[in-house]
Design a protein around this ligand. Structure first.
Ligand code: TYD
Ligand code: MG
Length: 465
């Protein structure tokens, strides 16, 4: 059969083009278009086959929700919404080397020890390498069935006869391939087709399927984005490789809450759960230094306190540097503009660095006020009161807006011994143990930080202790 013409596929989003282009029109990624063999032609329309009748039911079903399988790792259970759901597919995505294989080997071993039938298929490492890691983690005795394979046909042949495992970990999906397809492993076509076959197997046999997916910047290998709509839940494993903290974040979950986080610490003995992330994120804070503010944030259902650090320095450059780690650069530009225009701070011509300590990524607008506090503190070289937390959203006219869950934020702050909070207008609300400094306009915060005794109009000090 004559081969259909090759086509060009974006390895980031899967868009197809007739010829190569430098930048994908669909997702904006550069250099992500790769030539792939076209799949065999599909007959147009429905053809002549007759369809089967679909059984229709009402919305109310007597079926009980599927029982979950707790993993035995509390942080992982929290992120998945109480454990893994049989017959579902979970994607664990993250940068290479961040600890995905370590986490899943630990979870597999704990579940196997608790009596589940667990299989771990590695397409990247040889059994020796995985065994060595298991030994180092003290998990060598766990009854995990370990295999090295990359052909999906072999994997299905292994597990589809007899009893299917309760948990099947496939590390990683980018190394898997179907021999019926022409494209190389790691291309969009292969990754999609391999995932599809494995997911079908999991649904058919009631197995929990966990796929590992590498996030790739260069687009040489298809990214996990492509799979997000195919699987039931997506967890991103984030962190800076130089930091020991790792955050497991659910971005999609058909069976539970999304945007929940689990916090781990990478140690010599593998990943350790962090039950109290606030204490950990604040552990390296040194008091009395300007340019640092503690943000009382909410991640998923959980309050987390983190330190936000800013450095404002005179710039020798015509276009001063703006560098951000852990926060949105566009949001920083907005806060700088508001501080400049509404509060009269001289920030143009200054290099500005912003860092969320510990490697956490913050997406909440509630961090605006804390970012502003860190910037003002650095600019004027005045420390933010040491035992104070800050949260609130900043609007373009310089007003400070209330944010959700302020009670939970304050409770967490009180629990960790904080005594004061800079917060949006509280409408008379109080909080035991914490003195609330209401900030109505951003300019008020500037006054409060620069001269704590100068309480301007519109700012009330409510001490409820
Ligand atoms: P790994 O799980 O192989 O990452 P991924 O599967 O996401 O590519 O983790 C690799 C890194 O983790 C490696 O740089 C070493 C580090 N590590 C530890 O610090 N302690 C440990 O006990 C283990 C097993 C790994
Ligand atoms: Mg790995």
């Amino acid at each position: 059969m004559a081969r259909a013409a090759d086509r060009f596929v974006c390895q980031s989003c899967g868009a197809v083009y007739p010829r190569w282009i430098g930048r994908c029109d669909a997702c904006g990624e550069w250099n992500s278009i790769v030539e792939e063999a076209a799949p065999e032609a599909v007959p147009k329309g429905l053809g002549s086959g007759k369809g089967r009748r679909v059984t229709l039911t009402g919305l109310d079903s007597p079926a009980t929700p599927p029982p979950r399988r707790p993993t035995g790792i509390a942080e992982l259970d929290r992120v998945t919404g109480g454990g893994l759901v049989p017959g579902s597919a979970l994607l664990v995505a993250g940068d290479p080397g961040i600890g995905k294989s370590t986490l899943l080997l630990q979870a597999a071993a704990v579940m196997a020890r608790n009596g589940a039938a667990v299989a771990y298929v590695s397409g990247e490492e040889s059994p020796d390498q995985v065994q060595m890691r298991a030994k180092r983690l003290g998990l060598a005795d766990a009854p995990v069935q370990l295999g090295a394979a990359t052909a999906v046909r072999d994997i299905l042949a292994t597990f589809d006869e007899g009893t299917a495992p309760d948990l099947l970990v496939v590390d990683s999906i980018q190394t898997m391939y179907l021999d019926s397809l022409d494209s190389a492993p790691g291309t969009v076509t292969q990754v999609r087709a391999a995932a599809h076959e494995l997911i079908r197997f999991a649904k058919r046999r009631g197995t929990v399927l966990v796929l590992v997916g590498h996030v790739t910047k260069e687009g040489q290998v298809a990214g996990p984005r492509l799979l997000e709509h195919m699987v039931d839940a997506v967890l991103y494993f984030e962190g800076e490789r130089v930091h020991q903290f790792r955050v497991l974040r659910s971005v999609k979950n058909r069976f539970g809450p999304s945007n929940e986080i689990g916090v781990f610490e990478m140690t010599d003995g593998g990943l350790a759960e962090v039950a109290n992330p606030s204490a950990l994120f604040l552990s390296q804070r040194s008091g009395g230094i300007s340019g640092s503010a503690v943000f009382a944030g909410i991640e998923g259902s959980r309050p987390v306190l983190v330190e936000i650090q800013a450095l404002v320095a005179p710039s020798p450059l015509a276009t001063p540097r703006r560098a951000v780690v852990g926060w949105d650069a566009g949001r920083l530009a907005m806060i700088l503009a508001v501080l400049d225009t509404r509060c009269g701070l001289a920030l143009t011509g200054k290099d500005i660095y912003l860092n969320v300590a510990g490697g956490l990524r913050i997406a909440e607008p509630a961090a605006d006020l804390a970012v502003a506090a860190a910037l003002v503190s650095s600019l004027h070289d005045r420390p933010v009161p040491e035992m104070a937390v800050v949260f609130g959203e900043v609007g373009l006219s310089g007003e400070v807006r209330p944010v959700s869950h302020s009670d939970a934020r304050l409770r967490e702050a009180a629990k960790l011994g904080f005594e004061r909070a800079f917060v949006p207008a509280t409408r008379g609300r109080r909080h035991d143990g914490i003195a609330l400094s209401e900030v109505v306009r951003l300019a008020d915060l500037v006054d409060m930080l620069v001269d704590a005794s100068d309480v301007r109009h519109g700012v009330k000090e409510t001490d409820s202790r």
